[in-house]
Design a binder for this molecule. Structure first.
Ligand code: FES
Length: 138
Protein backbone atom coordinates (compact mmCIF):
# COMPACT_ATOMS: atom_id res chain seq x y z
CA UNK A 1 0.00 0.00 0.00
CA UNK A 2 2.70 2.48 1.05
CA UNK A 3 4.71 1.57 -2.05
CA UNK A 4 1.80 2.28 -4.39
CA UNK A 5 1.07 5.60 -2.63
CA UNK A 6 4.73 6.54 -3.03
CA UNK A 7 4.62 5.63 -6.71
CA UNK A 8 1.46 7.66 -7.26
CA UNK A 9 3.06 10.64 -5.48
CA UNK A 10 6.20 10.26 -7.59
CA UNK A 11 4.25 10.09 -10.82
CA UNK A 12 2.19 13.17 -9.87
CA UNK A 13 5.37 15.06 -9.00
CA UNK A 14 6.91 14.14 -12.36
CA UNK A 15 3.82 15.38 -14.20
CA UNK A 16 3.77 18.67 -12.27
CA UNK A 17 7.47 19.22 -13.01
CA UNK A 18 7.22 18.36 -16.72
CA UNK A 19 8.71 21.15 -18.79
CA UNK A 20 10.95 22.48 -16.03
CA UNK A 21 14.75 22.25 -16.26
CA UNK A 22 16.82 19.81 -14.19
CA UNK A 23 18.25 22.78 -12.26
CA UNK A 24 14.74 23.88 -11.37
CA UNK A 25 13.74 20.39 -10.24
CA UNK A 26 16.83 20.12 -8.05
CA UNK A 27 16.19 23.51 -6.43
CA UNK A 28 12.50 22.80 -5.88
CA UNK A 29 12.97 19.26 -4.55
CA UNK A 30 15.95 20.17 -2.31
CA UNK A 31 15.49 23.82 -1.39
CA UNK A 32 18.37 25.42 0.51
CA UNK A 33 18.26 27.89 3.39
CA UNK A 34 14.68 27.27 4.49
CA UNK A 35 13.96 28.44 8.01
CA UNK A 36 13.49 31.36 10.33
CA UNK A 37 16.10 33.35 12.23
CA UNK A 38 16.09 35.00 15.65
CA UNK A 39 17.24 38.65 15.70
CA UNK A 40 18.18 39.03 12.02
CA UNK A 41 19.95 42.20 10.85
CA UNK A 42 17.50 42.44 7.94
CA UNK A 43 14.04 40.97 7.50
CA UNK A 44 11.17 41.34 5.05
CA UNK A 45 7.81 39.72 4.50
CA UNK A 46 6.47 40.50 1.04
CA UNK A 47 3.26 39.32 -0.60
CA UNK A 48 3.19 39.19 -4.39
CA UNK A 49 0.44 39.93 -6.88
CA UNK A 50 -0.80 36.33 -6.62
CA UNK A 51 -1.16 36.43 -2.83
CA UNK A 52 1.90 34.27 -2.11
CA UNK A 53 4.32 35.51 0.53
CA UNK A 54 8.07 35.13 0.97
CA UNK A 55 9.75 36.00 4.24
CA UNK A 56 13.54 36.48 4.33
CA UNK A 57 15.94 36.88 7.22
CA UNK A 58 19.60 37.81 6.91
CA UNK A 59 22.64 38.57 8.99
CA UNK A 60 25.39 40.93 7.88
CA UNK A 61 29.03 40.79 8.91
CA UNK A 62 31.62 43.19 7.47
CA UNK A 63 29.03 44.39 4.92
CA UNK A 64 28.58 40.81 3.63
CA UNK A 65 25.56 38.54 3.89
CA UNK A 66 26.86 35.97 6.34
CA UNK A 67 23.60 34.03 6.63
CA UNK A 68 20.20 34.11 4.94
CA UNK A 69 17.03 32.07 5.35
CA UNK A 70 13.55 32.11 3.87
CA UNK A 71 10.03 30.81 4.44
CA UNK A 72 7.17 30.85 1.95
CA UNK A 73 3.60 29.72 1.57
CA UNK A 74 4.02 29.98 -2.19
CA UNK A 75 4.15 27.62 -5.14
CA UNK A 76 7.01 25.39 -6.27
CA UNK A 77 8.48 28.16 -8.41
CA UNK A 78 8.47 30.51 -5.43
CA UNK A 79 10.36 27.93 -3.38
CA UNK A 80 12.90 27.34 -6.15
CA UNK A 81 13.41 31.08 -6.83
CA UNK A 82 13.81 31.99 -3.14
CA UNK A 83 16.20 29.06 -2.62
CA UNK A 84 18.29 30.15 -5.62
CA UNK A 85 18.40 33.76 -4.41
CA UNK A 86 19.47 32.84 -0.88
CA UNK A 87 22.29 30.54 -1.93
CA UNK A 88 23.47 32.93 -4.63
CA UNK A 89 23.80 35.95 -2.33
CA UNK A 90 25.13 34.13 0.75
CA UNK A 91 28.69 35.40 1.33
CA UNK A 92 28.27 38.28 -1.16
CA UNK A 93 28.61 41.97 -0.35
CA UNK A 94 25.40 44.00 -0.09
CA UNK A 95 26.36 45.81 -3.29
CA UNK A 96 26.82 42.52 -5.17
CA UNK A 97 23.56 41.11 -3.78
CA UNK A 98 21.63 44.17 -4.93
CA UNK A 99 22.74 43.50 -8.53
CA UNK A 100 20.86 40.18 -8.84
CA UNK A 101 17.84 40.49 -11.14
CA UNK A 102 14.75 38.35 -11.89
CA UNK A 103 16.25 37.74 -15.36
CA UNK A 104 19.26 36.03 -13.69
CA UNK A 105 16.92 33.53 -12.01
CA UNK A 106 15.01 32.98 -15.24
CA UNK A 107 18.21 32.36 -17.12
CA UNK A 108 19.65 30.02 -14.44
CA UNK A 109 16.48 27.90 -14.60
CA UNK A 110 16.68 27.93 -18.43
CA UNK A 111 13.42 29.85 -18.72
CA UNK A 112 10.62 29.86 -16.18
CA UNK A 113 7.11 29.39 -17.58
CA UNK A 114 5.32 32.70 -18.19
CA UNK A 115 3.00 32.14 -15.21
CA UNK A 116 6.01 31.69 -12.88
CA UNK A 117 8.08 34.72 -13.89
CA UNK A 118 6.53 36.84 -11.13
CA UNK A 119 7.87 34.33 -8.55
CA UNK A 120 11.41 35.44 -9.49
CA UNK A 121 10.37 39.08 -9.05
CA UNK A 122 8.91 38.31 -5.64
CA UNK A 123 12.11 36.56 -4.49
CA UNK A 124 14.27 39.50 -5.60
CA UNK A 125 11.85 42.05 -4.14
CA UNK A 126 11.94 40.30 -0.78
CA UNK A 127 15.75 40.21 -0.76
CA UNK A 128 15.91 43.92 -1.58
CA UNK A 129 13.36 44.79 1.12
CA UNK A 130 15.36 42.82 3.74
CA UNK A 131 18.57 44.61 2.68
CA UNK A 132 16.75 47.97 2.79
CA UNK A 133 15.61 47.26 6.31
CA UNK A 134 19.22 46.55 7.30
CA UNK A 135 20.50 49.72 5.61
CA UNK A 136 17.80 51.88 7.21
CA UNK A 137 18.75 50.55 10.65
CA UNK A 138 22.41 51.49 10.14
FE1 FES B 1 2.87 33.68 -7.01
FE2 FES B 1 4.72 31.80 -7.19
S1 FES B 1 2.66 31.72 -7.95
S2 FES B 1 4.86 33.72 -6.22
Amino acid sequence: MADSINEIAKSLQQRVLEGYSEKFKDEFLSPRNIGKMQNPDGHANITGICGDTIEMYLTIEDERISNIKFMTDGCGATIACASYVTRTVKGKSIEEALRIKPEDIDSYFEGLPEESKHCAKLAIGTLKAALNMYENKE
